[in-house]
Design a protein around this ligand. Structure first.
Ligand SMILES: *[C@@H]1O[C@H](CO)[C@@H](O)[C@H](O)[C@H]1NC(C)=O
Ligand SMILES: *[C@@H]1O[C@H](CO)[C@@H](O)[C@H](O)[C@H]1NC(C)=O
Length: 478
């Protein structure tokens, strides 16, 4: 079993607030999250000292300005807003917003699966995995959902006025300098990975190449910085970072966060002493992909050039069903949630311990201020929507359930377990719960073509997760 590795030898310099980032790619003309808070206009009605500061910084970054003029892309001043940020764009504030109609195209209908790119504001997607399934344009009989499904923007609630626009160029820079993203979860997290591969295109390439044939859900998936990304001259690379082998993003399919053996053990250990389980095997034979935390924590903490991760993004609940956990005691969803509650305590303890260990090793090598603490964010899991393909618009309010499909009506309880556990931030200072599920809960129209749980890339839901997580780890956490 892999252990926590030796510390990373990288020297890091953090640029805090005075760098401008040239914005590249088609996404710079749109922002998934805050459409009206962008570049110059937002700056102009701030104090005159702001303009002075901008003047100085623009002089200091003349090269960038030249670059910007020569490519015709506008400079972005969003990073200047940092000094005024009050770190108030909490997950709650972000979630307390609305979807506003904001089409990115004048087209009125889909005539080709590739139209989904333009409708979504993507140039293309780097991942080749189930490409048009992820964009939900794989079924012509549902093309009447487009481009409307991609024509909404999430406007977050009060406190998020200074949120940076989703900026792929700035994101890849942060993913090198601040550490990459390591995604842990089920097929919905795989949706998230695919969407990231579209947001960050053309700065990234993806592995594996699924067009070569064969597939295994257990294969890790990666995004790497492309050597021809125009951002390369503007990134401060930590020592040892290898553009061709050090990932920016990694996804591991890990449905239930612990191994089945570990969960069987925990299940046994929480039974009242007078209980004798007739069958302690806990699971049905339903397929599940998972591994013990020690394995993925070792990957997350691996030193350069193998790893340069700063943020682990975790989400689970969808596979915690009475079908998979068929033999809990007590039986039924109550037994599953009970087990989940206990299992997540174990998980939190092990993860926080590994984060402490890794932080200690890293800072012993580099000095405490050289590197941010590695952190884990738990993204709220998301139930699907009943009869989702009948819907063509976002909701204004989350609607009650008519049926109890899968464990959807109970998902809130799983999220609540993380919400409560992480609220003890003395015990778990580096694990954060992001209750940012509301935007997605309001989007029955944003699902994949074949089911009502998976979410299409480009509708703003998955992109909103990336946008907020980026904001949270680079701005809200200090
Ligand atoms: C839509 O058409 C108008 C008028 O021709 C044009 O100004 C605008 O830029 C177009 N919008 C998009 C998103 O292409
Ligand atoms: C990066 O990794 C590749 C593949 O292993 C290797 O060929 C190359 O020499 C490495 N580059 C550096 C700068 O170490």
């Amino acid at each position: 079993m892999p252990k926590v590795r030796t510390p990373c030898t990288c020297a890091k310099i953090y640029l805090i607030s005075t760098t401008t980032t040239p914005s590249l790619g088609p996404l710079h003309s749109l922002s998934f999250g805050w459409p009206f808070h962008n570049t110059m206009s937002a700056i102009h009605f701030r104090a005159p000292t702001v303009r002075k500061l901008i003047g100085v910084a623009v002089l200091a970054t003349g090269v960038l300005a030249l670059y910007s003029y020569s490519t015709g892309t506008p400079l972005r001043f969003t990073s200047f807003q940092t000094p005024w940020s009050q770190k108030t764009c909490t997950p709650q504030a972000y979630s307390d917003g609305t979807w506003v109609y904001h089409p990115r195209t004048n087209a009125t209908k889909m005539t080709d699966p590739k139209d989904a790119h333009a409708f979504s504001g993507f140039e293309a997607c780097a991942s080749s995995r189930e490409y048009f399934w992820h964009l939900a344009s794989d079924r012509e009989d549902q093309w009447d959902r487009f481009p409307k499904a991609q024509s909404w923007q999430w406007v977050p609630g009060r406190g998020c006025e200074d949120m940076r626009s989703l900026d792929p160029a700035a994101m890849v820079k942060d993913m090198v300098e601040d550490g990459g993203w390591y995604l842990v979860g089920d097929s919905v997290s795989e949706n998230h990975f695919f969407s990231l591969s579209c947001i960050l295109y053309p700065h990234v390439r993806a592995e594996p190449d699924w067009t070569l044939g064969g597939f295994d859900r257990a294969w890790p998936q990666y995004l790497y910085l492309k050597p021809d990304s125009p951002m390369i001259p503007y990134i401060k690379f930590p020592e040892g970072f290898n553009i061709s082998t050090t990932p920016l993003v990694k996804f591991r399919r890990i449905d239930i966060l612990l191994s089945q053996e570990q969960l069987i053990g925990i299940h046994n250990s929480i039974q009242p002493s007078d209980t004798v389980l007739e069958d302690a095997s806990l699971f049905s034979d339903e397929a599940v992909w998972t591994m013990p935390p020690s394995e993925y924590l070792a990957e997350f903490n691996a030193p350069l050039p193998e790893g340069n991760y700063g943020t682990m993004i975790v989400s689970t609940a969808g596979h915690w069903t009475t079908n998979l956990f068929a033999k809990t005691s007590p039986p039924g969803i109550e037994g599953v949630i009970n087990l989940f509650r206990e299992a997540m305590k174990h998980w939190m303890d092990e993860v926080q311990m590994a984060l402490w260990q890794s932080h200690k090793l890293r800072s012993a090598k580099m000095g405490a201020s050289q590197r941010k603490r590695p952190r884990v964010v738990v993204r709220a899991y998301l139930p699907g929507h009943e009869n989702c393909h009948d819907h063509r618009d976002p909701w204004k309010k989350i609607q009650p359930w008519n049926n109890r499909w899968f464990n959807w009506a109970d998902i809130w309880e799983f999220n609540d377990v993380f919400d409560k556990l992480t609220s003890d931030n003395k015990k778990y200072p580096d694990i954060h719960y992001l209750g940012i599920d509301r935007p997605a809960r309001l989007r029955p129209d944003a699902h994949a073509s074949g089911d009502c749980l998976h979410i299409m890339s480009g509708a703003g839901v998955l992109e909103g997760w990336s946008h907020y997580i980026w904001q949270y780890v680079t701005r809200e956490l200090s």
